[in-house]
Every structure is written in structure tokens, then in C-alpha cells.
Design a protein around this ligand. Structure first.
Ligand SMILES: Cc1ncc(COP(=O)(O)O)c(C=O)c1O
Length: 370
């Protein structure tokens, strides 16, 4: 094999830091796993039954590219009602990752700059690079709140888009309604694409959820079912936005993923009628318990959403701290997986209460780690 068989883009693509922790964790007998970005609860019964029925009824083949009509129409109606908009188009995708991939491939040219709020979801910089774009990081430490003038200072003629999540992974930070409005104005002023990742939309604890698309309808929103209904393995997401863009996204989907998994699409029809409020209440109380237990031991911000806490490592080196945590059987993720800096670490509170309590005990012991 010649070394040139491997594409040059692979030289700058490290394997995921999250996977590394996962592999180290495999060697532990009884790990306290607070590293996972997926809900701990079982899939609600009506959603399971709908997917099982789909298999039994023979719905096992390809679907149309944009998704089965019943799901697409129902989701489109719910989305338009929520955003008070009539003309939003929508396509069902293979996970939110698939939604991000097709959106970026359909919009970003080689050399385009895309602003990314740091910390960010692991895939953002890599997906932008795959399209030939250049991720430009906007540092939001230590509050993880956005500052519009700081974002504006990074905008130049090459800037094409701003990609962000609210609530965010790994910080749980939520952009306020006021700031979403300002972000929309900024995008309008500079004619930028906003790509808003709303996968944690259901998991908001202190304020009602708002989408930037309410203020800037040109926004391309990516969303998904995995986190809200505990079906991360079903690989189901969607994109909604202006018809002209969704049509181009559909072309990319035709030649890449072809369609989203059919069985998952049938399950998702039932998910749209499922009320997640008791799950969200449970996660709010997990968040409150974690904050209460750790606030005097770590420098941290209170996550308004998602299911993560992103505290500062006691000595400022998160990689070293997380390796120390593994020695105590605790799995958490160093911040460098989500950031240009390595000072913080991610704790997921999507876990059973007894697991969370064991994790809290270990974290309190590790707080004085030198
Ligand atoms: C912010 C964010 N976007 C997208 C994804 C990917 O979601 P999916 O599993 O639906 O591809 C995740 C998963 O952790 C995430 O945290």
C-alpha cells in the first residue's frame, strides 16, 4: 500500500477523544460512566411498538429521499406551527450527524469560513473541513455565553455561515431569546447562513425554548430524535429551512445516505405524539443535584439545557484529570475533544441516580487532585 492512498485530509483528523475514553473504560470492571452523550431511559413503549410493527408490516425497503410522507408532513406541520411560519420545507435524514453532513456539503464551498462557537460539538470542525471550508473559532470561555460584537469581529468577506447549538454540547449553555434575535440581525446584516443545531431542544430547564429561525427564517435548522426519545442508534434526524436549500440538500442525500432508516421513520411517527415532559423534569432534577453537590468544589457554569456539565479541571489540565478519574473508575471526557483548549471536562448526567451519586463522590474526592 502506498502512503498516498490515504487522503491528505486524514492527516489532520484525529480519532475521537470520546472513543479513546470509551476504549480505556472497556478495561474497567465496574466503571461509573458519565461520559456518554445519550439518554439513560428506555425507549417509550408506543415508539418501540411502532418500529416493530413497521418491520412486521414489511416496511423494510428504501423510502423516498426526503422521508415517508406521513412523518414528513406531520413534522413539517408541528415545526411550522411552532415557528409561526407557513413555508418551511423539511427533509428527514440519517441522524442529526447526517443532517449536519448534507447541510454543510450543500452550502459550504472550499475556502469558505464558518464561524464555530468554542466549545463546540466534536464533529463541527471536521465536517466543515471535509467540505473544504475553514472553521473559525469564537472563544466563549469562561461564561459560554455569546457576545455579538466578538462574533462580528471574526466576520470578513470569506465568512459564509455560523454553526452553533443551543442548548449546547458540551456546556449545556442556552442562548437567550434576546441574543438569538441579535444573532439573527447580525446574520441578516452580513447575509450569512445560520446553521442552528437544535438536537437538545426538548431538554431546557429554566426558560422556554426559542429557535433563532423565529427571528431569521432563512436559518437552516438541524434536529433529531435520538436524544429526545432515547433512540440514538436509530439514526434519525431532519433539516428544515427555505425550500431552495432543502431541495439542494435532498440532492446530496440522494447520492450519500439515499434515505433515513425506514423502520426508524415509522417509529418516529409515534414519537411525535409522545410527551417528553416527565423525562425533562427528571433530567432537571439530576442537573440540580449535580450542581448542588459540585458547586463548592469546582469552577462551573449552570447548564440551562442538554445533559452535560462542563467544569474546569482543578489544575487546568483536563486530559491529565480525566486519566486520573479513570484510575478511580470514573469515565468523563476531556474538553479538548470539544474545544481548542484543554482546561475543562464534560460530565454527562444522563445516568441513573445511583450512578450519578457514585460519580459525585469520586468527583468530590478528585477536586483536590494535584
Ligand atoms: C450538538 C449535537 N449535534 C449533533 C449530534 C449528533 O446526533 P445524532 O446522534 O442524531 O447524529 C450530537 C450528538 O451527541 C450533538 O450533541
Amino acid at each position: 500500500m502506498k502512503s498516498s492512498w490515504i487522503a491528505e485530509r486524514m492527516q489532520t483528523m484525529p480519532s475521537s477523544g470520546i472513543r479513546k475514553i470509551f476504549e480505556l473504560g472497556q478495561q474497567l470492571k465496574n466503571p461509573v460512566n458519565l461520559s456518554i452523550g445519550q439518554p439513560h431511559f428506555d425507549v417509550p413503549e408506543p415508539i418501540k411498538s411502532a418500529a416493530i410493527e413497521a418491520i412486521r408490516n414489511g416496511n423494510n425497503g428504501y423510502t423516498v429521499t426526503s422521508g415517508i410522507a406521513e412523518l414528513r408532513e406531520k413534522l413539517k406541520k408541528q415545526t411550522c406551527d411552532r415557528l409561526k411560519e407557513r413555508d418551511r420545507d423539511l427533509i428527514i435524514t440519517s441522524g442529526t450527524s447526517g443532517a449536519l453532513t448534507v447541510t454543510i456539503l450543500a452550502t459550504i464551498n472550499p475556502g469558505d469560513e464558518v464561524l464555530v462557537l468554542d466549545p463546540y460539538f466534536v464533529s463541527y470542525p471536521h465536517l466543515i473541513s471535509i467540505a473544504g471550508g475553514i472553521p473559525i473559532f469564537v472563544n466563549t470561555y469562561p461564561s459560554f455565553e455569546i457576545q455579538i460584537d466578538q462574533i462580528e469581529s471574526k466576520i470578513n468577506l470569506k465568512t459564509k455561515a455560523i454553526l452553533f447549538a443551543s442548548p449546547a454540547n458540551p456546556t449545556g449553555s442556552c442562548i437567550s431569546k434576546d441574543q438569538l434575535m441579535q444573532l439573527g440581525e447580525l446574520a441578516r446584516k452580513h447575509q450569512l447562513i445560520l446553521i442552528s443545531d437544535e438536537i437538545y431542544r426538548h431538554f431546557v430547564y429554566d426558560q422556554p425554548f426559542h429557535s433563532v429561525a423565529e427571528f431569521y427564517p432563512e436559518t437552516i435548522v438541524v434536529d433529531g430524535f435520538g436524544k429526545s426519545y432515547g433512540v440514538t442508534g436509530w439514526r434519525l434526524g431532519y433539516v428544515h429551512g427555505p425550500t431552495e436549500i432543502i431541495q439542494e440538500i435532498a440532492k446530496i442525500q440522494q447520492y450519500t445516505f439515499v434515505c433515513a432508516p425506514s423502520i426508524s421513520q415509522f417509529g418516529a411517527i409515534a414519537a411525535l405524539d409522545y410527551d417528553t415532559s416527565s423525562i425533562v423534569r427528571d433530567y432537571r432534577s439530576k442537573r440540580d443535584r449535580l450542581i448542588d453537590a459540585l458547586k463548592d468544589h469546582y469552577e462551573l457554569t449552570i447548564p440551562g439545557g442538554a445533559f452535560y456539565l462542563f467544569p474546569k479541571a482543578p489544575q487546568g489540565d483536563a486530559e491529565k484529570f480525566c486519566l486520573q478519574a479513570i484510575k478511580h473508575e470514573l469515565l468523563i471526557i476531556p474538553g479538548a475533544s470539544f474545544s481548542q483548549q484543554n482546561t475543562h471536562f464534560r460530565v454527562s448526567f444522563a445516568a441513573k441516580d445511583e450512578v450519578l451519586e457514585r460519580g459525585i463522590d469520586i468527583l468530590i474526592r478528585l477536586a483536590s487532585f494535584k
